[in-house]
Design a protein around this ligand. Structure first.
Ligand code: BGC
Length: 768
């Protein structure tokens, strides 16, 4: 997937040679005042003038042709717009580019219905923030909302009305490349982040033209693909769906998300895109979702390969499932009229879908002013403004996880003689990660550039050490995705020798390694998730020097790092930090920012452990290494290398005893669980105190631990704060085998700690 905004400009230029309209053209439609009754009347009046084909046209979502994520590219977009056969367009932006298409819609189509313009604004638009998995590690909901807000300001100033974000797919398989786009393995945190992102994108409304419609995706369960292989089958019990996987989508709906995207996968034998239970019974009827549902890229057509029927049949299934917009596949416009005429799809199904799409346009104010979002001055003022770059730096630093720091090798002191080694020290291409199509990697600040700005780079030693990737076949595969990987003219051994010679002259070595950016994201699953052999060979050679080694990682998923954890002094996970990744890494490495992030996906020891996640069930034979007949492996522990919620700081926090206000909880009671956290180190820091619950006995078995709350506290050296979590009966509810959400009386445990593993516990009983 190659993304470049220049492409959109070039494509827009093609639209300058417009053809004359062939249909009778009516006067422009002007939206009156806002308000739901007015909107209903307006939309009903408009729909009364629409032909069946024009209504189905609103259900057609086309891609302008770059950022292609599937086998099909939309064709003849301008003539289809002119015929009223397009509801919205994505993959084009800039006020001038979208204006050209909007002009066709409102000047040359019969009913002059404006288009809306969507795009994958996933972790920033022009200013790029850390990848979502990284940002979730900040556990800072306000920060998450502020980054989504900033993205909305930039995107809306660039002619966009709609972002295909947030992705809230819970995932427990780091082989899946798309873990980078979500918030990790936990339902509670994932739900809170979903809400924060929807609020950030949609703001307080659309009157000012500075908010965008959010789109929660991929509905549903896309992150549970078997074996972490993208687009793969999902087969899951309803109880697991309801308790663990569905809540983040529901949280987005409750937060008022305007749109939902269907997922590519099947669920228990029925593709999500043709799944009436999912789209209509659950999403609309049970959850009360009122917005519109689009498919993922050609997802209707892909139901043919799933084995659901031919083109006409899969279109029928999707119409009747409750899908409102067909992304790129064009089967709705191809078969819609025929299916209605044959009675296989009802008029009211089409009317409902068309109405929902028009309501979104009305809500955006597009009937009032179709060009509201197309303002060059706003674009200039918003794009990569100083406040957004500062936010990007803040977000990247707050997303950086300190995984190991033996003997306080970090933070670094600029007076030390430090060698920076590795192919990512000077790299810019990878910093902004995947799904950053409008972001210019050339404008990102590399680690080396940040060192130079702050201290003068000639203070430090440098060696490349290795290629990011050595394997020629892999280089060729990734370069097709825009990786821009090259091999150094020096041989791998020469690169290592040079790095070792450089390292010998230093007091400390900082090695910056990781994955090329396009090894994560869509269609980027891996079966092995360690650092490449050539990178490990460099680390092993550097280890021979006996100097302290700090490994700085840039990557998009949890990696397997057992050797690195055993042999290196410090490990710093920076993910793909975005436009300001370099300065943020320098802020953390030199202690200007004390790291506070904690991982939101477990890091396995090896691939064989996957899925390994903190909120698993205990089984009837819980782990015990001394016993044979237990649920375990002979060759590896059941525990991950780094558990969910784990991350260190340059200071130390001491967790006091855990106390509870009452060991018995009646139905209307609130019980409070508390502890005191003290900063026993020498630096100020921010700690995320985590609160978990275990329901010991249930009508269905319950996870060994579930996150139910967290607080971030700032502590000066020597300072203590008491942190309390209230539990009410509702916090103990779960979906039972009748899919009824309820709490069951009995024994519970409450846990507080700095991560999901190192907790203190206290028991209580819920009584009738
Ligand atoms: C992805 C979606 C994305 C869409 C549009 C698909 O291939 O799965 O996440 O929003 O393309 O670009």
């Amino acid at each position: 997937m190659i993304k470049h905004w220049l492409t959109s400009l070039l494509i827009a230029i093609q639209f300058s040679a417009l053809m004359l309209p062939t249909l009778a053209v009516e006067e422009p439609i002007v939206q009156s005042t806002s308000g739901s009754q007015t909107m209903n009347t307006f939309v009903a009046d408009l729909m009364s003038k629409m032909t069946l084909e024009e209504k189905i046209g609103q259900m057609n979502l086309l891609s302008i042709g770059f950022d292609v994520t599937g086998p099909v590219v939309s064709k003849d977009v301008d003539s289809k717009i002119r015929k009223g056969l397009v509801g919205g367009v994505f993959n084009t932006f800039t006020p001038s580019a979208v204006r050209k298409l909007q002009e066709i819609a409102v000047n040359e189509s019969r009913l002059k219905i404006p288009l809306f313009f969507g795009y994958d604004v996933i972790h920033g638009h022009r200013t790029i923030f850390p990848i979502p998995l990284g940002l979730s590690s900040s556990w800072d909901l306000d920060l998450v909302e502020r980054t989504a807000r900033a993205a909305a300001l930039e995107a809306s100033a660039d002619g966009l009305h709609w972002t295909f974000s947030p992705m809230v797919d819970i995932t427990r398989d780091p082989r899946w490349g798309r873990v980078s786009e979500g918030s990790g393995e936990d339902t509670y945190l994932g739900s809170a982040i979903a809400k924060a992102m929807v609020h950030g994108y949609q703001g307080t409304g659309y009157e000012k033209g500075d908010s965008v419609l959010a789109c929660v995706k991929h509905f549903a369960l896309y992150g549970a693909a078997e074996a972490g292989r993208d687009y793969n089958t999902v087969d899951m019990s309803e109880m697991r769906m309801y308790n663990e996987y569905l809540p983040p989508y529901k949280a987005a709906v409750d937060a008022g998300v305007a749109t939902v995207m269907s997922s590519f996968n099947e669920i228990n034998g029925v593709p999500a895109t043709g799944n009436k239970w999912l789209m209509t019974d659950l999403l609309r009827k049970q959850w009360g979702f009122k917005g519109f549902i689009c498919t993922d890229y050609t997802a209707i057509n892909e139901m043919i390969a799933h084995g659901a029927g031919d083109e006409s049949k899969v279109a029928e299934l999707s119409f009747n499932a409750g899908i409102d917009q067909d992304m790129v596949g064009e089967l709705f416009i191809k078969y819609g009229s025929e299916l209605v005429k044959s009675g296989k799809v009802s008029h009211s199904t089409i009317d409902d879908a068309c109405r929902r799409v028009l309501e979104a346009k009305y809500t955006l104010g597009l009937f009032e002013d179709p060009y509201r979002y197309m303002n060059e001055e706003r674009k200039t003022a918003q794009t990569m403004s100083a406040d957004k770059l500062a936010l990007s730096r803040e977000a990247a630093a707050k997303s950086t996880v300190l995984l190991k720091n033996a003997n306080d090798v970090l933070p670094l002191d600029p007076k030390e003689n430090i060698a920076f080694i590795g192919p990512l020290v000077k790299d810019k291409r990878n910093l902004i990660g995947n799904w950053s199509g409008a972001g210019a990697w050339e404008k990102a600040t590399a680690v080396w550039d940040a060192l130079d700005t702050k201290f003068g780079a000639n203070k430090f030693l440098y060696a490349k050490g290795c290629n990011l990737v050595d394997d020629q076949a892999m280089i060729e595969k990734l370069n097709r995705d825009g990786a821009m990987l090259t091999k150094d003219s020096s041989s791998p051994q020469q690169l290592i020798d040079e790095a070792v010679a450089t390292a010998k002259r230093a007091d400390k070595i900082v090695v910056v390694l990781g994955e090329p950016f396009c090894m994560s994201g869509e269609a980027a699953s891996r079966s092995m998730i360690g650092l490449f052999d050539n990178q490990v060979a460099l680390l092993k050679a550097l280890k021979q020097t006996g100097k302290p080694i700090v490994l700085v990682l840039m990557n998009g998923r949890p990696l397997t790092l057992p050797w690195e954890n055993e042999n290196l002094d410090a490990i710093v996970e920076t993910w793909y930090g975005g436009s300001m990744a370099g300065p943020a890494a320098v802020d953390v490495l030199f202690g200007e920012v004390n790291p506070s992030a904690k991982i939101t996906m477990s890091f396995p020891i090896n691939v064989g452990q996957i899925p390994v996640y903190y909120n698993a069930k205990t089984t009837g034979r819980p782990f015990d290494d001394k016993e044979k007949y237990r649920s375990k492996y002979l060759d590896v522990s059941n525990l991950p290398l780094y558990p969910f919620g784990y991350g260190l700081s340059y200071t130390k926090y001491d967790y006091g005893n855990i106390s509870i206000s009452s060991a018995t909880m009646k139905p209307n009671d609130t019980v409070t669980v508390s502890t005191t956290v003290t900063n026993t180190g020498k630096r100020a820091g921010v700690e995320t105190v985590q609160f978990y619950i275990r329901d010991l006995v249930g009508s269905i078995t319950r996870p060994a631990k579930e996150l139910k709350g967290f607080r971030q506290i700032a502590l000066q050296p020597g300072e203590s704060k008491t942190v309390s979590f209230d539990i009410k009966r509702d916090d103990l509810r779960f979906y039972n085998s009748d899919l009824k959400l309820d709490a069951e009386p009995g024994e519970f445990k409450a846990f507080i700690g700095p991560n999901s593993r190192d907790v203190k516990e206290v028991g209580f009983t819920l009584v009738e």
